[in-house]
Design a protein around this ligand. Sequence first.
Ligand SMILES: Nc1ncnc2c1ncn2[C@@H]1O[C@H](COP(=O)(O)OP(=O)(O)OP(=O)(O)O)[C@@H](O)[C@H]1O
Ligand SMILES: [Mg+2]
Length: 603
Amino acid sequence: CWACGLDQDFQELPDGIDTRVGNDGTALSGGQKNRISLARSVYSRRSLMVLDDVLAGLDTRTERLVFNRVLGPQGLLRKIGSAVVLATHAIGWLRYADTVLVIENGKLSYRGKPEDAPASFIRSHAGQPEYEAEDESDNTSPADIPMKTSRSSSVSSSITKRQANWQLYKSYFKSFGRFGFINFTFLIIGFSALQCVQQLVLKWWAGAEATSPSELGKWVGILGAITLIFVVDVFLTLWAGFIVYFPKSSLYLHLQQFTALVKVRYSAWGGKETGSITNRFSQDISIIDGQLANALLNVLAGIFDVIAMTSIIIVATPFIAATIPPLVAVFWIIQKIYLRTGKQLRIMDLEAKAPLCTHFLETVTGAATIKAFGWPKSYREKNDKLLEESQIPYYLLESVQNWLSLVLNLVVAGLATVTMAIVVKLRSTSDAGYVALALINIMDIGPILEMLVVAWTQLETSMGAIARMKEFMEDTPEEEQGKINPPSDWMTEGGITISRLEASYSDIAPSTIKDINLQIKPGQKIAICGRTGSGKSSLASAVFGLLHISSGHLKIDDVDVTQVSQELLRSKMIALPQDAYFTTGTVRENLSLRKTDTLQRKK
Ligand SMILES: Nc1ncnc2c1ncn2[C@@H]1O[C@H](COP(=O)(O)OP(=O)(O)OP(=O)(O)O)[C@@H](O)[C@H]1O
Ligand SMILES: [Mg+2]
């Protein structure tokens, strides 16, 4: 770290060497990333090192320092005795190489000593800064460097106890659109009511058959009509659910979440893990699409079925109805016990996959480095471990669900036996038709109650996905919308006034930019210089509205940038970040910012 000049950076980082680097090292400056990566390769002490432009992006002083300490005549790699191949366009360093290879258009055009390199090549690269060995006399030796001790950073577990409450249901039902949930519920009520009416008609038909057997046509007609309406209602319910409302709801929630993602205030972005975000857009959405939708349908159907059946039983034979309250009570207690564990397991299941996702994404982006350092084995092992761990909550969830089914089945079996015994005992006192109807219903109500409890618990646990989404939308602070509306000709001049500016990468982080005073007149060309990690990119980001400004002013053409909508601010200027961004697609598409036609015309 001393050789790569990182000691000074560790002094400045909030937690020294233990500062969290964020996804893809976002919390580090460009030069810091380069030097940490170089230090990592030096630690490997391999006898052959192939370094591709590792000094690019460093300020001249740091470049010189790193070159001398790592690659120069007294550098670490000379001391270790490693063979080094350095690809660079900084020809000033060539004189320190044993052999120089010049490559032009993919072909080797020169191979030999640096002093014999073709003059034409040297000339074409003339004008570069002077490269000279550093005067080592003013250097601190590795032993003298006071290393900033790290503050213990506690990574709080995101698995907190969350409850699916009515607020959650409200936001879920809202996603069905206006009256969507009510319409859907009415279709399901129709479905249960028609089933009930069907049974009653059958009973009345059986009673009428005994007195006037000639009315066959009438009863078949009535029953046929009810069955037809029932089939239409089932069709409509399923169509409304699976074709209209459930997709609409998923799409709405997905879009809301995506909007929160793209509108996020940059200063609140740092801590988010890409894995957990990917998880929200993949796993959570698929739960809302599948399990949650099914569970909601089953719960609603179950509730209205139970109400319909209970009504029939009460009308038919009240003494059998007396068995329902204890049955409901037992089921209520069982689901309470189950839910306590089930909900937590579902949330753990949803969250256990985030580390796997993050690891996978990191492996994809860092494939070249992983191969270069010979890490594929350890990455595979870590992947296996994370995969294994991500399955644990799912396995436990399946186990407790099976436990639930077993217990509920046993309760239903016990109750059916008791009911049968009572009916047989009281057979002489009741109407046979109604007793039969009640018996059929009590036999049916058991499995339906069981389905209701299973669906209810599934609904409650699947609401975990909605809870996570809601939490994401609420915890992802939006960018300021702007307190003032600047005149339409704002930023036509482009003068910047910065006074006593303090800014940081998040509202809780220490200031990265401190007490900056600056006046840039319209049309001036300004260069910001400084050592790597000194805050050049941060200052540029502050002008672009990406940093949290804690005090001071940053005005462009006399308008305070914190007071206007950040979207408007950015629409008025162009700012290029240090790390270029590319979309997948052609060079043309990347050049034209998706306005392919315009570019084609201009070309
Ligand atoms: N997204 C971020 N979150 C938190 N801290 C950051 C972030 N980006 C940079 N920093 C920290 O802010 C400090 C200044 O970084 P900055 O990127 O502005 O430096 P720089 O002058 O542009 O350096 P370089 O020449 O290496 O690009 C560094 O200590 C860095 O660790
Ligand atoms: Mg920078």
